[in-house]
Design a protein around this ligand. Structure first.
Ligand code: AHM
Ligand code: MG
Length: 333
């Protein structure tokens, strides 16, 4: 039986966003609030399909690869359609960049709005068929002037919103509009995201590391030395390993518990595996807004100026002191 929400005491994402809009007074047009409502809708729709994927015959490969080289699952394709259609219909987007589409989508018609949205509709493809946590990642830029791909070839620091929705034992939408990070949990009974994690702050140091160590053979020296330092520390208190293989889930845990998540560039993936625009930037933005740090080894992820929409990056993110430790090894090298 569904639990009854404590009426009057809950704060929904919609009411919270409207409250923030009201605080801005006459400066606010409400456009961003409506865009966030559309993003919420996509997350609820994808969440429902993820939950029922086995029953709706949505499990398995679609037998296609996207133009950026990844094999697609049925749910990848469906999630992309949900995002593109819902965001277009919101009337608030001018440009969309999806992991699943080779080219940026320019909204030419009557639906054109003022925002550019970059997204990975369903991240963590390798975990879909096993029912392990997966998620949607997104970032939003304001578009000045005529919409073009240039609108999203900007450092992540210029995003006006970043977030993800994790589909797991519950659906969690974690979002920042540049004033800290809030987390909302979907109440399936009323179909609303409820504020459950106000003002998330990442611990300044953690005890968990999250890397795919199956790639250790290819890691560069600074990464290898850093991992040695936390696995064989002089204080005999090694870090614990946790690696889900879904960035959304690994970052979610890192935000709440602290520690470090890394997917470095290495000898095999020279530019890294993860995508800068719709994986690296939104996660780096959230982590920084929560008091943590995200680097690629050389510098802050959010300061990288992108040249291509699907460009990749190496990444280390999480508790500030843990990420600063990695930075020291790169500096020494
Ligand atoms: P995807 O966009 O094809 O799902 O790939 C991204 C995922 C991330 O969620 C995760 O951090 C990483 O790939 C895991 O990669 P690996 O399986 O190499 O450890
Ligand atoms: Mg992805």
């Amino acid at each position: 039986m569904d639990t009854q929400p404590a009426t009057g005491k809950i704060v929904t994402l919609t009411s919270h966003t409207l409250q923030e809009q009201a605080e801005l007074g006459s400066q606010a047009t409400g456009d961003l609030t409506l865009l966030l409502t559309a993003i919420q809708t996509t997350c609820k729709t994808i969440a429902m399909n993820v939950r029922r994927a086995r029953l709706l015959d949505l499990i398995g490969a679609a037998g296609t690869a996207n133009k950026t080289g990844d094999d697609q699952k049925k749910l990848d394709i469906l999630s992309n359609e949900i995002m593109v259609n819902t965001l277009r219909q919101s009337g608030k987007t001018a440009v969309m960049v999806s992991e699943e589409d080779e080219e940026a989508i320019i909204v030419e018609d009557m639906y054109r709005g003022k925002y550019a949205v970059v997204f990975d509709p369903l991240d963590g493809s390798s975990n879909i068929d096993a029912g392990v946590n997966i998620g949607t990642i997104f970032g939003v830029y304001k578009v000045e002037g005529q919409p073009s791909v240039e609108a999203v070839l900007k450092p992540g620091r210029e995003m006006v919103v970043a977030g993800y929705c994790m589909y797991g034992s519950s659906s969690n939408l974690v979002i920042s509009t540049g004033k800290g990070v809030n987390g909302y949990t979907l109440d399936n009974g009323i179909g609303e995201f409820i504020l459950t994690h106000p003002d998330i702050r990442i611990p300044s140091r953690g005890k968990i590391y999250s890397f795919n160590e199956g790639n250790a053979l290819f890691f560069d020296e600074p990464t290898k030395k850093y991992l040695e330092s936390i696995k064989y520390p002089s204080n005999n208190k090694p870090y614990s390993a946790r690696y889900i293989g879904s960035m959304v889930a690994d970052v979610h845990r890192t935000l709440l518990y602290g520690g470090i998540f890394g997917y470095p560039a290495d000898k095999k993936s020279k530019s890294g595996k993860l995508r800068l625009l719709y994986e690296g930037y939104p996660m780096a933005y959230l982590v920084e807004q929560a008091g943590g740090l995200a680097i690629d080894g050389k510098g802050n992820i959010l300061d990288i100026v992108p040249t291509q929409i699907h460009q990749r990056t190496g990444i280390f993110l999480g508790s500030k002191e843990d990420v600063e430790d990695v930075a020291k090894f790169y500096k020494e090298a």
